[in-house]
Design a protein around this ligand. Structure first.
Ligand code: SF4
Length: 372
């Protein structure tokens, strides 16, 4: 029977299609001292055309998570379990040879440092056309024409001339645009961007993020934006998952996460965003302590050694992800931010003279700064 639905209905149905469904994904690395639980039971799903921001400090597991979904953790000491369904197809356990068919044409990744992603001794045009010809049935002339159009679409000036440049003849921003062009070359359904702007200055950072957002809208791509910086995902991601010690500790649509954060680690990340209203030479807020040892993490809540609200219960019992009252919002904390229990926990720690690393008063100010 022919499909009689309107193009608008078809587009709406397409955008409701879950592209990735991740369930209880774990990636552990066997090392001499034990097992590093880099990703430890992550679940989420994301629809076509949506953007998920994955946020956390270095060592929180966000990059390993993205690489695990794409099947890029091929180290012999890595073990990935759980499930990653890509448009209904199970990827966990799929041999690398079969995964290679998906890389570029179905899923692509933009890495942090364009200088190490590009081959320094091959002209950028050839790097683009080789990638296209490996996945698409293009002649040399067709590939050249498409590559130049792609360079133009990512706003490389004079793309015909730049086609013959080596990476070192371009600026950092331009090189990252080339990496984006390579990632987009075969029309992937899912684009992973792992700290895509960390190596760039702030103005170029905005241009690159805007460019990726525009390309995503034009192509109805799903994007997973991995960053340590909550400011990068503010206003760009539809949803945010905050990771700590290999787990998602809070997940919510972007608006509610910024206005009604519940996990103390999310609050601490907010506070560490530099504020334009701060006087010059004001000391930047940092999260005290260090991310936990992932071989022998602390008992109970993994954030408890750094949390200003930690109580005995936190050190005994690991909190499960629980659903908040607002739709799509979940968090893993016994004394969530904004509750009476949280206020009492803070005051009892203060009275006990324990070092306080966060101030509740800083929360709303940080929220306003980020959400504008
Ligand atoms: Fe963890 Fe307790 Fe702090 Fe919540 S209040 S983050 S459960 S230590």
């Amino acid at each position: 029977m022919s499909d009689t639905s309107s193009p608008i209905d078809q587009t709406a149905a397409m955008l409701n299609e879950p592209v990735l469904v991740v369930k209880d994904l774990k990636t552990h690395f066997a090392v001499a001292a034990g097992s590093v639980k880099a990703v430890d039971g992550v679940s989420f799903s994301i629809n076509r055309g949506r953007t998920l921001g994955i946020v956390g400090e270095s060592g929180s597991g966000k990059t390993v998570l993205a690489r695990s979904i794409m099947g890029l953790n091929v180290a012999s000491n890595a073990t990935t379990t759980g499930s990653v369904l890509y448009r209904g197809r199970e990827l966990v356990g799929t041999p690398p040879k079969e995964m290679k068919e998906l890389w570029g044409s179905e899923m692509a990744m933009v890495f942090q440092d364009p200088m190490t992603s590009l081959n320094p001794v091959v002209k950028v045009g050839r790097q683009l056309t080789e990638h296209m010809r490996a996945h698409l049935d293009y002649s040399k002339t067709e590939a050249r024409h498409s590559a130049i159009e792609l360079l133009r679409s990512v706003r490389i000036p004079e793309p015909e001339a730049r086609f013959d440049n080596y990476p070192h003849e371009m600026s950092g921003g331009m090189r990252q645009r080339v990496c984006i062009a390579i990632a987009l070359a075969c029309g992937p359904m899912v684009l992973f961007a792992d700290e895509p702007t960390t190596a760039l200055d702030v103005t170029v950072q905005h241009q690159i993020l805007n460019l990726m957002a525009q390309q995503q809208r034009d192509r109805h791509m799903t994007m997973i934006l991995v960053t340590h910086d909550l400011g990068v995902v503010a206003g760009r991601a539809d949803e945010i998952a905050v990771m700590y010690a290999g787990k998602v500790v809070e997940k919510a649509p972007t608006g509610p996460l910024f206005t009604n954060m519940r996990h103390p680690y999310t609050e601490a990340l907010f506070r560490s965003i530099p504020k334009t209203s701060q006087a010059a030479h004001t000391r930047l807020a940092a999260i005290a302590g260090r991310p936990p040892d992932l071989i022998e993490p602390p008992q109970g809540c993994k954030f408890s050694p750094r949390c200003p609200y930690a109580q005995e219960r936190c050190r005994d019992e690991e909190p499960e992800l629980q659903i908040a009252t607002d739709p799509g919002h979940a968090f893993a904390c016994h004394f969530p931010v904004g509750t009476e229990e949280n206020r009492r926990a803070y005051e009892s720690n203060l009275a006990a003279g324990l070092p306080q690393t966060l101030a509740v008063a800083g929360r709303m100010q940080a929220t306003e700064e980020v959400t504008g």
